[in-house]
Design a protein around this ligand. Structure first.
Ligand code: FAD
Ligand code: GLY
Length: 378
């Protein structure tokens, strides 16, 4: 691809990450965000970089993509810090997946076997060993899987840093500017319509998260099959002897919601998340908050006295097969970078680098080849 005037639709981590890399490479980039950047899923996320703990045997290609992106994180964090002068709370304290009752142990063993079949470097721990790592864990925790290389980043700081880096590198940002439609002539994308104007573009990147299906102009048969999957979350403030460092995930076979606890450098403890097929509904519910608090308290009883400092919901962009939709489309000059579902923070570096390489060289990097929209077209 020799074209150079790029328009990006959507200012979450995916749109901003790609925009930063393209602007850094010297391209003319304009990013359109209908709200303020980074207010949607990218703000709502927990920031876990967890290819191992979220591994499913049937998703080997997605696991490989996640591992590759995780390996890019040190370079990504360093470059972002240089361009933005913002530190993004990257922590390498690992993750413990814990079980309490016998049913949980059975499920945990099933996961452990699957992880071993995939060749992942994880360790089985007794409850006591798990408490050696995190003394605040409940005495009822009977076993755990230690995923030492599943890390975390503060996604809100990452959004802030990406916005800064993007603009520092010369990217143009249009906030409160919704893209209504993409202009397509003879199967070539040529520009976008906002509420107030038409903009020519040599390349258009669709990175509008779970709203990616809503932009007019794209033929129905190639619309990215992305839907919103609601997640309710809350944050506690750690104090009085509750000082977690490791990400804790629970497996609770008998309850509808397994939870995770993600300790931030600033002392906040993020507790998430529900996973609900509720369309674009973003209401907090009693049931959602109850399940999160119960799950968190069972794993770490000492948090009973901690103050709740925030509650929120977010919409994951879930694709039909739970994997992202990346790369060229049957419409020339229209590129998709959407459908990152539960792993968009983890997958930001690989997405940004691979889409940039695609635009600079015209070649789809092999890592993202399995993720083109073409897989849904038959
Ligand atoms: P978004 O952040 O949703 O951004 C899309 C943007 O497009 C929005 O800002 C929106 O306003 C804009 N937009 C939409 N339509 C238009 C339009 N017509 N014109 C202009 N702009 C438009 N991932 C992980 O890796 N680790 C986690 O721990 C994790 N936890 C999560 C917890 C929860 C509760 C949720 C909801 C998600 C979580 N995720 C996690 C997933 C991750 O947040 C997403 O996959 C990722 O943020 C997707 O980024 P995005 O840029 O594609 O979408
Ligand atoms: N990856 C965590 C979540 O989506 O809730």
């Amino acid at each position: 691809m020799v074209n150079r005037n790029v328009v990006i639709i959507g200012g979450g981590v995916i749109g901003l990450g790609i925009g930063w890399q393209l602007a850094k490479a010297g391209l003319s980039v304009s990013l359109f965000e209908r709200d303020r950047v980074g207010r949607a899923a990218s703000r709502a996320a927990a920031g876990m970089l967890a290819p191992f703990s979220e591994a499913h045997t049937e998703e080997a290609e997605l696991l490989a993509l996640g591992c590759e992106s995780l390996a890019l994180y040190p370079k990504w964090v360093e470059a972002l810090q240089v361009d933005s002068e913002i530190s993004i709370g990257y922590r390498v304290d690992g993750t413990l997946i814990v079980g309490i009752e016998q049913d949980d142990t059975d499920q945990l063993q099933h996961l452990y076997k699957a992880q071993q079949l995939l060749g992942l470097d994880v360790q089985w721990l007794t409850g006591r060993k798990a408490r050696d790592i995190e003394p605040s864990l409940s005495p009822r925790v009977s076993c755990a899987i230690h995923c030492e290389t599943d890390y975390q980043v503060d996604n809100r700081l990452m959004v802030k840093a990406l916005k800064h880096a993007y603009q520092t590198c010369g990217g143009k940002l249009y906030e409160k500017c919704s893209v209504k439609s993409i202009e397509i002539e003879d199967e070539v994308a040529t520009g976008i319509h906002t509420e107030s104007e038409y903009r020519d573009a040599d390349i258009i990147i669709l990175a509008a998260g779970c709203w990616s299906t809503q932009i007019a102009g794209i033929p129905d048969n190639i619309r990215p099959p992305v839907r919103p999957v609601k997640g309710q979350m809350l944050a506690l403030q750690m104090e009085d002897g509750i000082e977690l460092n490791t990400v804790i995930r629970t497996i609770r076979a008998r309850y509808p919601t397994s939870v995770y606890l993600v300790p931030r450098v600033d002392g906040r403890l993020i507790v998430g998340a529900t996973s609900e097929e509720m369309g674009f509904d973003t209401r907090l519910t009693v049931g959602g908050m109850f399940e999160l608090l119960r799950g968190a308290w069972e794993a770490v009883p000492g948090l009973y006295e901690l103050p709740i400092v925030e509650t929120w919901t977010g919409l994951r962009p879930g694709s039909r097969d739970s994997a992202p939709i990346l790369g060229t489309t049957p419409i020339e000059h229209l590129i998709y970078a959407t459908g990152h579902y539960r792993n968009g923070i983890l997958l930001t570096p690989i997405t940004a680098y691979a889409i940039t390489e695609l635009i600079l060289t015209g070649e789809t990097p092999s890592t993202i080849k399995p993720f083109k929209v073409d897989r849904f077209l038959n």
